[in-house]
Design a protein around this ligand. Sequence first.
Ligand code: SF4
Length: 331
Amino acid sequence: MKRVFSGMRPTGRLHYGHMAGALTNWLALQETHECYYSIVDWHALMSDYADPSNLAEHVTDALLDWLAVGLDPNKCAIFIQSRVKEHIELHMALSMIAPLGWLERNPTYKEQILNLQNKDLSTYGFLGYPVLMAADILLYKSNQVPVGEDQTAHLEISRELARRFNNFYGEVFPEPEMLLTRYPKIPGTDGRKMSKSYGNALEIADEMPVIDKKIRTMMTDPARERRTDPGEPNKCPVWDLHKFFNPDKEEMNELAEGCRTAGIGCIDCKKKLIAHVAVNMAPVHERRKYFEARAGELNDILNEGARKARARASETMEEVCRAVGMTRAGA
Ligand code: SF4
């Protein structure tokens, strides 16, 4: 079985964009691969070090959302990064061989510095973000890493670090392959990319009355200013949600026709969408509620996930220490 690692920074409640993108993909992989899914809390500290007051709550929210969408702790290891200390050990080992130029040239680094100007990111830890990411992946000797197109540069650094380590000390790490995934487009309620920071997100934990309200006020094709104006579904963010949630092709054809001929109003179209979202999200909300009420069970899931992860991680660290001529304490 091929091995996969993937992580998510705990930044609060997850939204439909996460669900349609990364999480749907993770669900499929848990059926076919040995999967390690980690809430990477050290990564959260790299940008939010000045105020970690919400960190614990964000970790719990991520965990609840993962379980709600159907990640199954019997099929994959679900764990918190900081509870598997080998991540930090390997991060240290890789930091020693990571050339500064690679990190400074990393396009995401420059982009984030520009985007997050309200935070002082001129820190050693933030520059080393891709090294910790490489440690996360290589620790499990992952063969494949699911990535979106915007993350390919980071994975390339992980591959280069694996090569560099192997050149210095002998073959320890396989070079992880990219499992490039095309995510369906899930825009936010204002038509921009769905993001919590834009205030346009439909959150996984939102109850149906909240979703109902958000969809009713969602932006549509601007050409449909009046009920009698025809529109074009492909220019409408509501339509992108229909494509994800609506399995009824016949209904979709009727709605598209109705939009283009002004035969239906946007409210009619949105009501249909809301009905499909309700059907799709009912089991998700049910699972979220189930786990919300069971803190003990959540702890067990995390402990078991960390145990599974640690078993693999510790094997790798022993090899790493042997390769560089160290004896690992406790080994
Ligand atoms: S009818 Fe539907 S697809 Fe057309 S603009 Fe209105 S909401 Fe969008």
